[in-house]
Design a protein around this ligand. Structure first.
Ligand code: FAD
Ligand code: MLT
Ligand code: ZN
Length: 489
């Protein structure tokens, strides 16, 4: 290690204490590769500050030494955004020790939390005061509020409550030079110029480090009912969505579509899961109604709406969960898909969105073109269809090698993104760009959009030390060479 690096490590240790630097070789790998082990990196050090003041000092020290920083929360991101590059010269700054719930204001329906709070702990803290924090996703037991904000996370409740951007009122951010921006306001109305917090939400650690947030709370849910529905086509799912919105209004809180292939992987690989129906069907929906009243007649309401859909031939079969165990079993079928697909070799993830009305045509066109060009690949399409968001993931043909499949990954991606583009869609609905999609973004965002993004990046991070190599593809104009040159003393 160079003397300059050694001096930085010493200075960092003086700030965070020995417990704030990760040195244990058994623990370190967890910070240096992602959940799927799709990305691996090396770090100069992993530092774990325990307060906003410590984060600010760490950033100031790294800024002075021209050392790049990679913010990391629960490391559940699906685009490699929290993983350092292979150089071993970047500092991973883990926010998981910032886990205080600073304040709850039930009358204002707000909660102020630090970035390292686990999403499930936040949901539990809200429940303790009779409120709901609605963001919900498969990784909620390990992802953090900071990561949710930095990726503008979505999940299964966006249909009713919106994504993380919609759930946020204020932020505290350590800027690239170490100054602290205190924007922790719990205001639903504030038109004093640009909405700065929205710049940092979804910026994937490339503009600053989020250390705390004021988030919106909602009335607690006191009754809930869940159904598993079989359908013949995505067209039928979109028709049912229209019906359910008209019949159930705001009570409709989840509407998740899954292909048979997706469910089959769960049945094959996740212990304890079983098919709710005797027969197999091409498509399934998980539908949830919820209400703030304990006595809301939700099962009757759902059964009536599904009965009418059945009479109209819109659905093939349906089962309504009779108790919490059955509800959990239905959700396990949905939430198990990501993990199950990992058992089938590399999964090519395409987190696309199109207008809800275009979902059936997107699936028809993308399936057709894909199977023509890459016979035998398995299409694992599922997702938050109520938001127009499909996880159009691909697994290799049975029996083929990982290497052959990986060699086709880019062509498969361009085929899928090309179809997405024809439907005026997005190549990343909720997972972000990270390092996985930074090159693709260059193709599928307009030059003007990219120019505006770079303008903001340069304004907020002029030395390019905040999570370099993420979101943006290599840019010869950007003075990263200068930074790299200075970064390695
Ligand atoms: P990390 O993975 O640690 O980081 C993600 C990005 O945020 C990185 O770029 C990192 O640099 C940056 N970052 C992290 N913390 C900060 C901070 N404090 N300040 C600035 N930047 C920061 N996502 C969805 O949107 N919807 C889903 O339904 C969904 N389901 C998932 C299911 C599974 C099984 C898994 C494994 C993941 C799923 N995800 C989903 C993806 C992931 O959980 C989310 O992106 C989540 O928001 C990431 O949070 P994290 O704390 O793990 O962040
Ligand atoms: C999900 O909704 O399950 C995840 O966002 C999708 C994924 O893991 O690809
Ligand atoms: Zn998702």
């Amino acid at each position: 290690m160079s003397p300059a690096h050694a001096a930085l490590l010493q200075a960092l240790e003086a700030v965070v204490g020995p417990a704030g630097l990760v040195r244990d070789a058994a623990v370190l790998p967890a910070y240096l590769s992602d959940w799927r082990d799709a990305y691996r990196g090396r770090a100069l050090v992993v530092v774990r500050p325990a307060s906003t003041a410590e984060v600010a000092t760490v950033v100031r020290l790294c800024h002075a030494a021209k050392i790049p920083l990679v913010p990391q929360g629960g490391n559940t991101g699906l685009c490699g955004g929290s993983i350092p590059d292979a150089s071993g010269t970047q500092v991973v700054i883990s926010l998981t020790r910032l886990r205080a719930i600073r304040a709850i204001d039930p009358a204002n329906d707000t909660i102020t939390v630090e970035a390292g709070v686990i999403l499930r702990s936040l949901q539990e803290a809200a429940a303790q005061v009779g409120r709901l924090f609605p963001l919900s996703l498969g990784a909620e037991g390990s992802c953090t509020v900071g990561g949710n904000l930095a990726t503008n996370a979505g999940g299964t409740a966006v249909l009713r409550y919106g994504n993380m951007r919609d759930l946020t009122l204020g932020l505290e951010v350590v800027l690239a030079d170490g100054r602290i921006w205190d924007g922790l306001r719990g205001l639903r109305k504030d038109n004093t110029g640009y909405d700065l917090k929205q710049l940092f939400i979804g910026s994937e650690g490339t503009l600053g480090i989020i250390t705390a947030a004021v988030l919106k709370l909602y009335p607690a849910i006191r009754s809930l009912t869940t159904a598993w529905v079989a359908l013949s086509s995505p067209q039928a799912a979109v028709a049912l969505l229209e019906r359910m919105k008209a019949e159930c209004g705001d009570r409709l809180s989840a509407f998740e579509l899954m292909s048979r292939q997706s469910v089959q992987f769960v049945l094959d690989h996740v212990p304890g899961c079983r098919d709710p129906f005797q027969e197999t069907h091409p498509w399934y929906l998980l539908i949830e109604l919820s209400d703030t009243r304990a006595d809301a007649p939700l099962p009757a309401h759902l059964e009536q709406a599904l009965g009418e859909a059945m009479e109209q031939g819109e659905i093939l079969d349906a089962v309504v969960a009779a108790n919490e165990t059955q509800t959990a079993a239905l959700w396990a079928l949905r939430e198990g898909i990501s993990e199950a697909q990992n058992h089938e070799g590399p999964s090519l993830k395409h987190d696309i969105s199109v207008p809800v009305s275009s979902i059936p045509a997107f699936i028809e066109v993308a399936d057709r073109h894909l199977l023509e060009a890459f016979p035998g690949v398995r299409i694992v399409s599922y997702g938050h269809v109520g938001d127009g968001n499909l996880h159009y993931n691909i697994s290799k043909p049975p029996g083929s090698s990982d290497a052959t499949f990986k060699a086709q990954a880019e062509a498969i991606m361009h085929l899928i993104y090309g179809v997405t583009q024809t439907f005026a869609g997005s190549i990343s609905a909720e997972h972000g760009l990270g390092q996985a999609k930074r090159e693709a973004a260059r193709h599928y965002k307009t030059p003007l959009e990219l120019e505006l993004m770079r303008t903001l990046k340069r304004a907020l991070d002029p030395t390019g030390l905040m999570n370099p190599g993420k979101v943006f593809a290599e840019d010869p104009e950007f003075d990263e060479s200068l930074i790299k040159g200075q970064a390695r003393p």
